[in-house]
Design a protein around this ligand. Structure first.
Ligand code: OXD
Ligand code: MN
Length: 592
């Protein structure tokens, strides 16, 4: 008799009518075969799905050019379909589940005719982890199939976990006709189902990533007492060899991957990488908060990545141990057949193809690489991958960082007074937008609590209440909560803080605070370091600049508080009273 999984795949095939069904086993051999199909057989806009790049300089690297209208997440086409609209909250687009399925069924009918349906059994999390989830995605894109192999554990192990069970996480994906008018990314949290049509872009199409591991998983966490967060995970080793684990939430394209692979400028420090995008946080048997990264790959932003900004990432991209590495919508150096993007080298190569594959003209005002050009690379290629990466129970988190991209208002770093105040700080985050999502005004400010505004799969007021509840459950074991902003600018527009490898100086203060080794100064917004509390030797940072980095301008905060209040208002009576109270307390401290 057919297993529930086989029956589900059969049902998907009946609806989509592919010419062929291809069950993926996740092997390297298979990855070669899929790449070969992408070079020889499958097409996007009439072009091959993959082109081989220079393997001497970039081992195992391939270029993928997407449809030019399919280059970023499409938040306006992303829906959460709870039966009750209130459950989705003002932070999500909503559609009634039955209505959504009816519409998707029409759009999906026959969409794989003439194509192959790839069946991808995969695990989010280590096979032995009590927190891992078994999932299956069907897709008609070999780019998606190869990307998923990099981003998660695919194949036998997942099939073994699923066996005869029918409670696996389901993902139906088709690139459809890539028309944004017929593009929808729909989530059905009650059924552990994601249904996505019309896009091949990472966040819209790799359904284990944002769709399951954040939107659906956050809803599971709400009910089961854990958190699914848009966070990197690192271990910071101090000169004595002690490792302190930190999880940090920053909005998309604000330097999470850089922080996850930071190369410290301070002698004796080392940063171990566990994840750059998603953390699942559970309370362990000892009452502490433990983090696992359910993914195995990095889907990172290429522009701006260089030897200076992220040397470890370049090592990872060139390691060539785990096959293959993908580049999406970068330019190509015509003389060397290497990928190229703005910032990669100081001098721009003379002969380039732009991200659309057209010769780049020096007179062109357009960038060579798309601003949201990406690479997809295995974490197993990362030279600083933590020895704890495969620990099924995860790592104990001592500090949580919330970070934003802000030109003004927000200091370089501050510590919250306690968990409740920390949750308030996270809930009131506002950040300048980046090109990671389509139809956003790059640079404009938006409220992005815990960097989860595009990814929280239920009413965010309930999510805040859940964070507060987690604090109560953690009691004295709750990690300390910090807030960072690497991006504050001087009056002349230059960055006040050098960032990148120098961020270790901020991490040092944070871990010293965690271990009670350094003091802090109380301010109305939280606890900040004094000049002498931070290790600043060897850095050209005057006291005057330090003051500017930590300035709390009451006029600027007046606007900030108004914006926070307006955001909180959207959630009406559902907003936890504790956070409204925290807002009042902040006002009191600023103007008493
Ligand atoms: C991502 C994002 O791709 O946050 O990680 O958009
Ligand atoms: Mn992300």
């Amino acid at each position: 008799m057919a297993s529930p999984l086989e029956m589900w795949v059969e049902k998907c095939a009946e609806l989509t009518q592919p010419d062929e069904i291809y069950w993926c086993n996740g092997s390297e051999e298979e990855a070669y075969e899929l790449i070969e199909r992408g070079i020889k057989r499958e097409r996007i806009c009439g072009q091959p799905v993959f082109c081989e790049l220079n393997h001497k300089a970039w081992p195992n690297a391939y270029l993928h050019r997407s449809h030019p209208g399919d280059v970023a997440r499409t938040e306006h086409l992303t829906f959460v379909c709870h039966p009750d609209k209130e459950m989705a909250g003002p932070n999500n687009n909503w559609m009634d589940p039955n209505e959504a399925k009816e519409m998707l069924t029409k759009l999906t009918k026959g969409c794989m005719r003439g194509r192959t349906m790839y069946v991808l059994p995969y695990l989010m999390g280590h096979p032995e982890s009590p927190y891992a989830k078994a999932c299956v995605q069907v897709t008609d894109s070999c780019y998606v199939a190869v990307s998923m192999r990099i981003m998660c554990r695919m194949g036998e192990e997942a099939l073994k976990c699923i066996g005869d069970r029918d409670d696996f996480v389901k993902g139906i994906h088709s690139i459809g006709d890539l028309d944004p008018q017929r593009r929808f990314i729909m989530h059905f949290p009650q059924e552990d189902l994601v249904w996505s049509i019309g896009s091949g872009y990472g966040g819209n199409a790799l359904l284990g990533k944002k769709c399951f591991s954040l939107r659906i998983a956050s809803w599971l966490g709400y009910h089961q007492g854990w958190l699914a967060e848009h966070m990197l995970i690192i271990g910071v080793e101090d000169p004595d060899g002690n490792v302190t684990y930190i999880a940090a939430a920053l909005p998309s394209a604000c330097g999470k991957s850089n922080l996850a692979m930071l190369q410290p400028t301070l002698e004796g420090y080392k940063v171990w990488t566990l994840g750059d995008d998603i953390a699942w946080l559970h309370i362990g048997s000892d009452g502490r908060l433990y983090a696992i990264n359910p993914e195995t790959g990095i889907f990172g932003v290429a522009p701006g990545t260089s030897e200076r900004t992220n040397p470890r990432m370049l090592e990872t991209l060139k390691a060539g141990k785990f096959y293959p590495t993908l580049f999406t919508n970068t330019g190509v150096n015509l003389d060397t057949n290497e990928p190229w993007w703005e910032g990669l080298t100081e001098k721009q190569p003379p002969r380039l193809l732009n991200w659309r594959g057209e010769p780049w003209e020096p007179t062109s005002k357009e960038p060579v690489a798309h601003p949201n050009a990406r690479f997809t690379v295995s974490l197993y290629n990362c030279p600083t991958l933590s020895p704890e990466f495969e620990n099924p129970n995860g790592v104990p988190i001592s500090a949580i960082i919330f970070g934003v991209r802000r030109t003004s208002v927000i200091p370089l770093v501050y510590e919250s007074f306690d968990w409740k105040h920390g949750v308030f700080c996270g809930a009131s985050m506002g950040s300048e937008m980046t090109p990671a999502a389509l139809n956003t005004r790059v640079g404009a400010l938006r409220r992005d609590p815990m960097a989860m505004i595009p990814f929280c799969g239920y009413n965010m007021a309930d999510y805040f209440a859940h964070w507060l509840r987690m604090g109560e459950m953690l009691q004295n074991n709750a990690p300390k909560i910090f807030f960072v902003n690497w991006f504050r600018r001087d009056d002349d527009g230059t960055f006040l803080w050098p960032g990148f490898g120098e961020n270790i100086r901020v991490l040092k203060w944070i871990i010293d605070r965690v271990h009670g080794r350094v003091s802090a100064k109380e301010t109305p917004i939280g606890l900040i370091p004094r000049f002498e509390d931070m290790e600043l030797s060897g850095l050209d940072l005057s006291r005057e600049k330090f003051k500017k980095l930590f300035k709390i301008d009451k006029d600027e905060w007046r606007g900030e508080i108004e914006a926070i209040r307006e955001f909180f208002w959207k959630f009406g009576g559902r907003m936890p009273g504790e956070l409204v109270e925290e807002l009042g307390k902040l006002e009191g401290r600023l103007w008493r």
